[in-house]
Design a protein around this ligand. Structure first.
Ligand code: PHB
Length: 402
């Protein structure tokens, strides 16, 4: 039987923040899109992921009219703490990067807001699709084939946005040799928990400790999000609750008797730490955005923010293409995005290498880290570099200088 054909301007694979935000931004430009997603709506709306939004991401969500709940429920932070040698040192964003802050608001809350906005505007988001394949990328139009509700379907579109994450099919559907991949794998991961416990500090604490890195973050005034450096293949069964709490307490202990608040652990998982970039981020009618094109280690809190920056550039370039017929902006998509991506790669690598314990060193790395941290807390320009990168570089569109 012939496949059911859906015609649209942009076919979007993946209903994460990148795909949904792109679809919404395109809608605001009067461009039609259809989003397909292999998971269920409940799954993407509950999946615990990142939680730190840069100022530019907050501004973008507000400008796009999807920031109402974020403004109400998001926690605005004007600094972070770096903790080492049992002492805390605050990096004051307010003072170092006037007007810029970060907002703690979970990625799945952003996803919920975007799904709701798309559906309210009559947008098509198809969940639980299977057997997705993309094709005809070099032709006059592109297509996405998939199964949905036991029916063979096909999206015929002008362009495809591959927003399907690191393990998605879009990047791997491109012929070999088109992309160059850059990759770095770190010899550790993060064991992350979500706990029903009041955050012990009003701001995030990044701790460098002889036993390994720890991070205290949060989701709400009653829910903590906490991380411990662990082995990349850490076996969670070796980590009963008591061990997690004990290790967290040790890594963030301070001269003034600081304690992490403990409570029931609601969720736990291990995340590998890696850096990855695919270049260019486009091929024919396919444009990759977010994790499909690049991964950063979580230490810089940049993943979601890079995805938002990508789709802002892509929505703008697609709007130019549909409005004027010129594909020039689209051709420049990778170059604009990759500049920011590599800045974020550098920052994330720097934060990662400054904060984590590296095995096998005779202590040289740890001494080197302490010297680096000492510089960050005692030199205004070093602290400002951290603050500028953490709160986020300005967004750039073609023709604008960063
Ligand atoms: C988080 O809250 O999940 C979080 C915060 C800061 C990071 C990474 C993750 O650098």
């Amino acid at each position: 039987m012939a496949a059911r054909t859906i015609r649209t301007q942009v076919g979007i694979v993946g209903a994460g923040p990148a795909g949904l935000l792109l679809s919404h931004l395109l809608h605001l430009e009067g461009i039609e899109s259809v989003v397909i997603e292999s998971q269920s709506r409940a799954h993407i709306e509950e999946r615990v992921r990142a939680g730190v939004l840069e100022q530019g991401t907050v501004d973008l969500l507000n400008a796009a009219g999807v920031g109402e709940r974020m403004r109400r429920e998001g926690l605005v932070h004007h600094g972070i703490e770096l903790r080492f040698q049992h002492r805390g040192h605050r990096i004051d964003f307010q003072e170092l990067t006037p007007g810029r802050a970060i907002t703690v608001y979970a990625q799945h809350e952003v996803v919920k807001d975007l799904v709701q906005a798309r559906l309210a505007a009559g947008g098509q988001v198809l969940f639980q699709v299977q057997d997705v394949a993309i094709g005809a990328l070099e032709d006059d139009s592109a297509q996405i084939r998939f199964r949905h509700n036991d029916e063979d379907c096909r999206i015929a579109c002008d362009y495809i946005a591959g927003c399907d994450g690191f393990h998605g099919i879009c990047r791997s559907s491109v012929p070999q040799g088109v992309f160059r991949f850059y990759e770095k794998t770190y010899p550790f991961g993060w064991l992350g928990i979500l706990a029903e416990a009041k955050p012990a500090s009003g701001e995030l604490i990044y701790a460098n400790h002889e036993r390994g890195f720890a991070l205290l973050s949060m989701r709400t005034p009653k829910i903590s999000r906490l991380y411990l450096q662990c082995r990349p293949d850490e076996d969670l069964s070796q980590w009963p609750d008591e061990r997690i709490w004990e290790e967290l307490q040790r890594r963030v202990e301070s001269v003034d008797g600081f304690r992490v608040n403990e409570g029931p652990i609601l969720q736990r998982g291990v995340t590998a730490m890696r850096s990855f970039v695919a270049e260019p981020m486009q091929y024919g009618r396919l444009f990759l955005a977010g994790d499909a094109a690049h991964i950063v280690p979580a230490t810089g809190a940049k993943g979601l923010n890079l995805a938002a920056a990508d789709v802002r550039v892509l929505a703008h370039a697609l709007a130019c293409r549909f409005r004027t017929g010129s594909g020039e902006r689209l051709q420049g998509y990778s170059e604009i995005c990759l500049r920011r991506v590599w800045r974020a790669q550098h920052f994330s690598w720097w934060m990662t290498s400054m904060m984590h314990r590296f095995e096998g060193s005779d202590g040289f790395d740890h001494r080197r880290q302490l010297a680096e941290l000492d510089q960050v807390i005692s030199s205004r320009s070093a602290a400002a570099t951290l603050a500028e990168n953490y709160t986020g570089l300005p967004f750039q569109l073609p023709g604008e200088e960063l």
